[in-house]
Design a protein around this ligand. Sequence first.
Ligand code: ATP
Length: 287
Amino acid sequence: MDSIFLKANAKINLSLDVLGKRDDGYHEVKMIMQSINLHDEVFMQITEDGIEVSCNKHWVPSGSGNIAYKAAELLMKKYGVKKGVKIKIIKNIPVAAGLAGGSADAAAVIKGINKLFSLNLSQKELMNLGKDIGADVPFCLKGGTVLSEGIGEMLTPTKPFQNVNILLVKPKISVSTPWVYKNLNIKNISERPDTEGILNAIKNEDIVYVAKNMKNVLETVTVNRYRVIQEIKNKLIKYGALGSIMSGSGPTVFGIFENKKKAYFAYEKVKNSRWQCFMTETLCEER
Ligand code: ATP
């Protein structure tokens, strides 16, 4: 095999809680991560020498500034790979949107390097390497529905919450994750997600309970600064979503729908030139 094609799936957070800040500056989180079938396309080819990364969107760094480059470099150096690799990314996941697009690309590259150069590393070993690239990379390597705790490194898979209809809406703003965490006042969080209740509902396949109880405490920062986030949430509910929250550090908002027809109805109502809208579904873990 001298080339490979991989899908790099985005994620949403069905809940996101921040429990505290550690002395080393990291935040302790408790969140339910869910992969969705909105994906970037990653093509990788063995070359004689060096690492090349290109992307079809000019605002995403190519070369060594791309997280995919860092992932390839880490593995190739560590395992003494003598050849090079050319990586082409077709970006479909909105950038700096709370959907872990960069981490998804990095995870795809880690899997690709493992296969292309027959490194035969286990998923556990790959996840261990992935955490040095970014906090969301281990999850992206695993996929599916996962409870993430600690600083995001403790991952516990749950029963799959697959084939659930999701409408994503991203307003034309970019939100920096460090800015959100810097402005988060943990003492001011009055409403927290009932993570255990949501996990229980996932186990019981109770989509309505999950949708109605989803909560993201980072909205306490972003909704005040960007009113459009609340506006999108209100619209999704108005047009039939069972529940709607912001994903990650935003600004993407998503709604959960009972079926595709209802999701499409809302899509038609909310789509406009200022917002990017995607109809998608939740995925189970890749095997
Ligand atoms: P998260 O949900 O993990 O916080 P995000 O979806 O908010 O991530 P990304 O789309 O991963 O954010 O992008 C964050 C930053 O990383 C961007 O400013 C972008 O320039 C840079 N970046 C580097 N490589 C990539 C890549 N392959 N895809 C997207 N962004 C990349």
